[in-house]
Design a protein around this ligand. Structure first.
Ligand code: FES
Length: 119
């Protein structure tokens, strides 16, 4: 049994390790995986992103998920964060997810027609 002090040190070490891993990635893609996101096909979006990231040989991208972002009508959706810039893509399907990887992540071109007009 570990003491509270040992557990606290362990927690701090894990947080530091996670920050190091986060900082290794210069781009973060966050897929909304709330109830409506999953119902709209968010799992397939994650799968398509993983496949295309692998095909493109991109290893500087952190693919993460978040819960509901309150935009049911636009699901599935994902956010690309690079540096201080954030772009939200809405009504994403498998082919759009792959194209976002090729155009936005590889070539640095935002696909404006697929972004959230409310943001
Ligand atoms: S579950 Fe759809 S907006 Fe939250």
């Amino acid at each position: 049994m570990k003491s509270l002090d040992e557990l606290d040190k362990l927690r701090q070490k894990l947080q530091q390790d996670m920050q190091v891993r986060d900082n290794d990635h210069e781009v973060r893609v966050t897929v909304s995986m709330g109830t409506c996101g999953i119902a709209a096909g968010a799992r397939e979006i994650v799968q398509a992103m993983l496949e295309e990231l692998k095909e493109q040989g991109l290893n500087n991208v952190a693919l993460t998920q978040t819960s509901c972002v309150g935009l049911c009508q636009h699901e599935p959706l994902l956010e690309v964060a690079r540096g201080g810039e954030k772009t939200t893509y809405i009504n994403v399907d498998r082919e759009k997810a792959r194209e976002i990887v090729r155009k936005h992540l590889v070539q640095g071109q935002v696909i404006k027609d697929w972004t959230n007009p409310e943001k």
